[in-house]
Structures are given as structure tokens and as C-alpha cells.
Design a protein around this ligand. Structure first.
Ligand SMILES: Nc1ncnc2c1ncn2[C@@H]1O[C@H](COP(=O)(O)OP(=O)(O)OP(=O)(O)O)[C@@H](O)[C@H]1O
Ligand SMILES: [Mg+2]
Length: 335
């Protein structure tokens, strides 16, 4: 088989721990050079999938193919895969420089050359002045950058990144996200990026994979998944605040066979709007405001408005729903 470097295929991949099925029949094709974002609630199997691809764990069923070849018998260090772990996994007794050069030295790269490459990777991630520190002398965000730099030094077919930005503060996270994107554009190395950050899920990947209970719920370009969620779970998971979902339609237009959904930004204040609701709370977020409202039938609706909405708890507002999503009330599937 002659596949381009960096393809991944997961076929009916399954892994259970005792009675917990962490990964439950996952099929996924990642093409060479693609950046895929894996999102899902805590415990949905994201890290387990990465560990199975890296060879740090064995599947109970199904297959992992990297570059077209089944990697079942291939030990982790022989797989062309570099993983950045959720908890960094740095060597505590080694300096940053030694952490970075360790893998190169194991592969018999000469010291001067290993140092040179390590310094270049560290500079690129803005930790060039921390090379003499030990992991416990750094912040979580700095450690995360060391782990990323170490992965950069491996030149793998595939990067597996398990929430690599989770412990960065907001500005650094923003900057590092841009760095990661630029790096991917330059290197074009296939990357699977795990996150539960909404912003990252929407902006980072060519496609997003939404997982729940070890199963793939939906795969597609982020905007498409956002615009046309396959079921009520995806509708509620992608987007913050989440989509308003009303079983039986209720204030959005009654139909017992349906659950109707409307995103907070698609609820517009309109004095002639058909929905009446009482404001219960106002969250002013600076660039926008979120109104938590309640309709006479007790339905809660979350409304996204511009900043300074000029309403207070107790006020009544009229709303119209500009874009409704229809789901089957029994199965939750999109109609
Ligand atoms: N070594 C293990 N032994 C037993 N159960 C495990 C093990 N590893 C994972 N699990 C279970 O498998 C499920 C999936 O875990 P996994 O770590 O893949 O979730 P995750 O999606 O990465 O979650 P998080 O967002 O919290 O990191 C969880 O229910 C977890 O408790
Ligand atoms: Mg995890």
C-alpha cells in the first residue's frame, strides 16, 4: 500500500476497562496533513483514543492504521507518532534542555546538534530562557510549552496533542493557539488535537470530531457541525452558552413529536416577537451580554445580545426565534 505519510485510520476501535467501555467502536479517517480536533465531555474517551494510536494502550477490538499499515505489533517508540500528554510527562530530574534533548540523544544525535535543535524549538515556543530550569521550577503553562517543544523535535508523521493549551492563561492561550496553527500550516504534519475549549474546537481544526461515551457522534468542518448538529447532544455540547432545547417545541411552536432548538444568538429581542419571557439574570461579558430568561410555562431561554442590553432582572422581554433546529423527540436525531 502506498499511502502518503501521516494518514490515520481507526476501524471499529474498542477499549474497555472492566465494565467501562472507554472507546466503543470508533471509525475515523484522518488524511495526511489534516488537523483534527477531538472534543467531548470528561470521560468520553479522548485520551484513550490518543493512547491507542500512540501504542501506549492496546485495543480490545478494531484496528489502528498509520500510513496505511496496521500498527498492532509496533511498540510506541517505533511508531511515527509524537504525543503531548495532558499532564506533560516531563522528567522531573532533568532540566528543560535535557528534557528536550533526551529523545534525540537516545536516537544517537550528537550533543552539539541535539542542543542546537532543542534551543531552536525552545525559542520558537518562547521558553528559550528557561533551559536550565527543572520542571518543578516552572508554571503549568511553561511546562506545557516544554512538552510541546519536545514533541516538535521528533519530526513524526502524526502529532497527538492532549489538551496542550489547557493550563495557559487566556492571552497566552490565544497566542499559543495562533502559534500552533502557524506551525501546522508550515509543517503540514497530521495532528489530532484534544480539547474541551469551545473556542479551540471551532477555530483550530479542519474538522471536528464530537465524542460521547466512547462513540463518535458527529464529524465535520466546525461551522457545519455548529450549524447542523446531528443530534441534541451535539447541539448542546458545541456552542457556549449551549443551544436552547425545548422538548415538544413549547414556546418555540408546539409539536409533541419534536424537540426544537434555538441558539442563544438566534433569539432576537423584538417588541412584536411571539415569545414573552421574564429576565432572571443578566451576564455582562464586556463584548456581549447573556440574558437568562424564563417563559410563563417555566421554559428557560438563554439569549445572547449586544453589550449593555438595558434590561434588569424582573423585566419582561419579547423575543423572536430566527433559526430553529428540529430534532426527533424520541431519538434526539436531527430531522
Ligand atoms: N487505565 C484505566 N483504568 C480504568 N478506567 C480507565 C482507564 N483509563 C481510562 N479509563 C476510563 O475510561 C473512560 C475514558 O477515559 P479518557 O481518559 O479517555 O477520557 P477523556 O475523554 O480523556 O476525559 P478528560 O476530558 O477528563 O481527560 C473514563 O470513564 C475513564 O474513567
Ligand atoms: Mg483526557
Amino acid at each position: 500500500m502506498n499511502e502518503p505519510r501521516g494518514t490515520i485510520r481507526l476501524a471499529a476501535l474498542t477499549r474497555s476497562y472492566g465494565r467501562t467501555t472507554a472507546v466503543d467502536g470508533v471509525d475515523l479517517d484522518v488524511s495526511a496533513g489534516e488537523l483534527i480536533t477531538l472534543v467531548g465531555p470528561s470521560g468520553s474517551g479522548k485520551s484513550t483514543i490518543l493512547r491507542l494510536i500512540a501504542g501506549l494502550d492496546r485495543p480490545d477490538g478494531g484496528r489502528v492504521l498509520v500510513d496505511g499499515a496496521d500498527v498492532a505489533g509496533v511498540p510506541p517508540h517505533r511508531r511515527a507518532v509524537a504525543m503531548v500528554f495532558q499532564d506533560y510527562a516531563l522528567f522531573p530530574h532533568l532540566t528543560v534542555l535535557s528534557n528536550l534533548t533526551f529523545g534525540l540523544r537516545v536516537r544517537r544525535v550528537r550533543r552539539a546538534e541535539a542542543d542546537r535543535r532543542a534551543r531552536a524549538a525552545a525559542d520558537r515556543l518562547g521558553i528559550g530562557d528557561l533551559l536550565d530550569r527543572y520542571p518543578d521550577q516552572m508554571s503549568g503553562g511553561q511546562r506545557q510549552r516544554v512538552a510541546l517543544a519536545r514533541a516538535l523535535l521528533r519530526d513524526p508523521s502524526v502529532y497527538l496533542l492532549d489538551e496542550p493549551l489547557a493550563s495557559l492563561d487566556a492571552p497566552l492561550r490565544f497566542a499559543t493557539r495562533a502559534d500552533l496553527l502557524a506551525l501546522h500550516r508550515e509543517l503540514r504534519t497530521t495532528t489530532i488535537h484534544v480539547t474541551h475549549d469551545q473556542h479551540e474546537a471551532m477555530t483550530l481544526g479542519d474538522r471536528v470530531v464530537v465524542l460521547a461515551d466512547g462513540r463518535v457522534r458527529q464529524v465535520g468542518p466546525p461551522q457545519q457541525v455548529y450549524d447542523e448538529p446531528a443530534d441534541t447532544f451535539v447541539a448542546g455540547f458545541l456552542g457556549s452558552p449551549p443551544m436552547n432545547l425545548v422538548p415538544g417545541g413549547g414556546v418555540l411552536g408546539g409539536d409533541p413529536a419534536l424537540t426544537l432548538g434555538v441558539r442563544p444568538e438566534d433569539l432576537t429581542r423584538d417588541d412584536a416577537g411571539p415569545i414573552t419571557a421574564t429576565v432572571e439574570a443578566v451576564e455582562a461579558l464586556g463584548s456581549e451580554a447573556i440574558l437568562l430568561t424564563r417563559c410563563p410555562d417555566r421554559t428557560r431561554l438563554i439569549v445572547r445580545t449586544g453589550p449593555r442590553p438595558g434590561v434588569a432582572p424582573g423585566d419582561e422581554v419579547r423575543l423572536r426565534a430566527d433559526r430553529l433546529h428540529q430534532f426527533d423527540a424520541a431519538t434526539g436525531r436531527r430531522r
